[in-house]
Each structure stands twice: as C-alpha cells, then as structure tokens.
Design a protein around this ligand. Structure first.
Ligand SMILES: [Zn+2]
Length: 138
C-alpha cells in the first residue's frame, strides 16, 4: 500500500498534526512519521533518497555561517535574503548557491536559530514558495 494511503488513514484518527515530526538533516524540511519508518524512526535523518545521498559540504556549512554572520551584524529584528548569504560564500558565482542557501536557512530554523518570513510574517520553511527572508529567532 502506498505511503500516502497510510497517512490518510492515520489522519482520520486524530489528525496528521499528532504524528511525530523532525527536520531532515540535509534540506531542513519537516519529515512526518510514516509507517515505513516505524521500525527505525529514531535513526531516520533524511526525507528522501536524494537528501540521503547528499553529504553536507563545506559550502553548506559556510552558508549557515554566512547567515549567522549577516544577521549578527544587524539589529535583531532585521532580515536578510538568502541571496546575501549565497553572495558572501560564492562571490560572483552565487546563483547556484541560492537553493543551498535556502536549505541552510531551513536547517537553522530546525535548530531554532532563525525564522523564515514572507511579507513580514513567519512561515513554515518546509512549504514556503517564492522569495523568503531570514530573521533571528526569538
Ligand atoms: Zn531532505
């Protein structure tokens, strides 16, 4: 039975929101418990085969540091664009780093360091589409 049917059945028994969740170690998106993971949920770290194959690189870590550095240099309520972190790390070759920069921001959200906003409101980074801004949490 495909996983989606399992989720629907569980959704009828108290709601999807009751299922355990945790962030993917690579892309930072929220993973919701599914039956296929029931035997080893504690060990599950990646949301997909694609994320499991992607080892976090020095560039990925540099993007996290860039987000921290940029935010630390501004007032607490200020926001930055992921492209600023991409530029700080990639220089003129920053465009390929845009999605990695967004993923870095999601990982920092998962750690409670930052929040992601759109039009000034905090949004769920797992589902946010379009331009985002990053702000210090708290
Ligand atoms: Zn992932």
């Amino acid at each position: 039975m495909p996983g989606c049917h399992v989720v629907h059945r569980w959704a009828g028994l108290g709601g999807v929101a009751d299922l355990p969740t945790k962030p993917c170690a690579v892309c930072g998106r929220t993973m919701t418990w599914r039956k296929a993971w029931s035997a080893n949920w504690d060990q599950v770290r990646h949301c997909s085969d694609r994320c499991r194959r992607h080892r976090l690189t020095t560039t990925d870590h540099a993007l996290e540091d860039a987000v921290r550095t940029l935010l630390a240099a501004r007032p607490a309520a200020a926001t930055i664009c992921p492209s600023e972190a991409a530029r700080l790390v990639g220089g003129d070759d920053w465009r390929p780093l845009m999605e990695p920069a967004r993923a870095a921001a999601r990982r920092l959200v998962a750690r409670g360091e930052v929040v992601i906003t759109q039009r000034g409101r905090v949004v769920d980074p797992s589902t946010a589409k379009g331009p985002i801004r990053i702000r210090r949490a708290g």
